[in-house]
Write a protein of this length. Structure first.
Length: 383
C-alpha cells in the first residue's frame, strides 16, 4: 500500500469522525426546544412581564434540563416557576412539554431602550428575549384623570375619577389637599370612603374620587380647582376645572308676605302667590303642588309656569276650598312650586270660621228660648 493511499484513508476516517461528532451535537441541541410566542415586548418603566415558556423534549429519552436566566440587566428582578414552585431544573418525558412561568420586573429607574436576556435549557438550547422600555424611567408620583373638566349648574356635585400612582420603590403615605376658591367644598374618597390620606405600596395605583361643590350663589363661569397629593419624599399636583352654567333658586310667597287667611267651612278662598326666580339661570316647567287637610282641595291658575327668567316673577292664584264639616280653628295648607332643579315651599295658616247661617240659627234658637221663658213666666207667674 502506497503512502498516498494511507494518507487518503486517514483523512477519510477523520472526516467521518467529525461528521459523527457534529451529528451527535446537532441531535443533542435539537433534543430540547424552548418556545414562547412573545419574544419582544414593549412596556413602560415599573411594569411586570409574565412569560409563559414551553420546554419541549424532542428526543426519545428523559431529559433532565437545567432552567436558568442569563444576561438579565442589572437591577432587574425575575422569578422562574412551574405551577406554584420556584424551579431550577425540569425532568421531561420523551415527546412531552412542560410549562415554565418567567416573571420579570422592570425597574422604575431605567433608561429608554431595548434590553436583552436569555432563557437557558442547560447546554441544550437558548431562547433570546427582548424588552423594549418605551419611555425614560422616573422616580416620582403621578396624579392623573381622563376628564379634567365638568359642566353643570351651581347645585350640582362634580365628581372626578383620578388615578394616584406611586412610582417610587417604597411604600408612601399621601395626604390630600386643595386650593379651591373660598366657600367651595372638595372631598377626597377612596373605596367610597371620605379620606384625607392613604397608604400606597411601591408602584401601586389607587383610584381617588374627588367631589367638588360650589357655593349656592356662585356666578356662571369657569373655575380652576388645584389639588395635590403629597408624601414625605414627593408630591404631585392636578388641576381640575368646573364650568358653572348658572344657579337655580326660587322663592314662593304672597305679594304682602302674609301667609294666613280666613275661610268659612265649605266655602272657597282665592289667594295670590308670587314666584320669584332668584337664581342666575332660567327656570322652566314650574309646577305648583299642595298638601292640605282631609277633604280640602286646592286648584291653581295657571297650572304651570312654562318659563321664568332670572330676576323675574310670576303670579299664580290658589283657590282653597275647606271641608264643609270643618270645625272652627286653624288649619295648615302647604304650597310648593317645583322644577327638576329646585323647589320652594310655604305653609299657609287657614282659620276656619262658622258659617253666617249657623250664626243666625243660633241667634234664632236663643230668641225662641227667651220667648218660651217669657211665655212661661207670663202664664204661670201670677199663680
Amino acid at each position: 500500500m502506497s503512502t498516498q493511499t494511507k494518507w487518503l484513508r486517514l483523512l477519510l476516517t477523520l472526516s467521518l469522525g467529525v461528521i459523527c461528532i457534529v451529528g451527535h451535537a446537532n441531535q443533542a441541541t435539537e433534543s430540547v426546544t424552548l418556545y414562547t410566542p412573545y419574544t419582544k415586548i414593549s412596556v413602560p418603566p415599573g411594569e411586570s412581564i409574565d412569560y409563559a415558556i414551553d420546554v419541549i423534549n424532542n428526543s426519545k429519552e428523559i431529559q433532565n434540563v437545567d432552567i436558568s436566566v442569563s444576561g438579565m440587566p442589572r437591577g432587574w428582578n425575575y422569578s422562574l416557576k412551574s405551577g406554584a414552585w420556584t424551579i431550577g431544573q425540569l425532568s421531561i418525558l420523551p415527546g412531552e412539554r412542560k410549562s415554565v412561568s418567567l416573571k420579570v420586573d422592570v425597574p422604575l429607574q431605567v433608561n429608554k431602550g431595548n434590553y436583552r436576556f436569555n432563557i437557558q435549557a442547560g447546554g441544550l438550547n437558548s431562547l433570546p428575549l427582548v424588552v423594549n422600555v418605551s419611555e425614560q424611567g422616573t422616580y416620582k408620583t403621578e396624579f392623573t384623570t381622563s376628564q379634567a373638566n365638568m359642566q353643570g349648574n351651581v347645585n350640582s356635585t362634580f365628581t372626578f375619577n383620578t388615578n394616584l400612582r406611586n412610582r417610587t420603590s417604597d411604600k408612601q403615605q399621601y395626604a390630600f389637599m386643595s386650593n379651591a376658591p373660598r366657600g367651595w367644598t372638595v372631598t377626597f374618597k377612596s373605596n367610597y370612603q371620605a379620606v384625607t390620606a392613604i397608604d400606597l405600596d411601591a408602584n401601586a395605583t389607587q383610584v381617588i374620587t374627588v367631589e367638588i361643590k360650589a357655593p349656592d350663589r356662585t356666578e356662571a363661569g369657569k373655575y380652576k380647582i388645584p389639588i395635590r397629593a403629597t408624601s414625605s419624599s414627593s408630591f404631585t399636583d392636578l388641576e381640575l376645572e368646573v364650568d358653572i352654567t348658572g344657579s337655580y333658586n326660587m322663592e314662593l310667597s304672597t305679594p304682602t308676605g302674609l301667609l294666613s287667611a280666613n275661610i268659612t267651612a265649605g266655602e272657597s278662598k282665592q289667594l295670590e302667590l308670587v314666584i320669584v326666580n332668584t337664581g342666575s339661570s332660567e327656570l322652566a316647567d314650574i309646577k305648583p303642588e299642595y298638601t292640605a287637610p282631609t277633604n280640602w282641595s286646592v286648584t291653581f291658575d295657571p297650572k304651570k309656569v312654562d318659563k321664568l327668567q332670572p330676576g323675574k316673577s310670576a303670579q299664580v292664584f290658589a283657590t282653597i276650598k275647606a271641608d264643609k264639616k270643618a270645625i272652627p280653628g286653624d288649619y295648615v295648607t302647604n304650597i310648593e312650586t317645583k322644577t327638576p332643579e329646585v323647589s320652594s315651599k310655604v305653609s299657609l295658616r287657614i282659620s276656619v270660621e262658622t258659617p253666617m247661617l249657623w250664626g243666625w240659627v243660633g241667634v234664632l234658637v236663643i230668641l225662641v228660648a227667651l220667648g218660651s221663658v217669657y211665655h212661661l213666666f207670663r202664664k204661670y207667674g201670677r199663680r
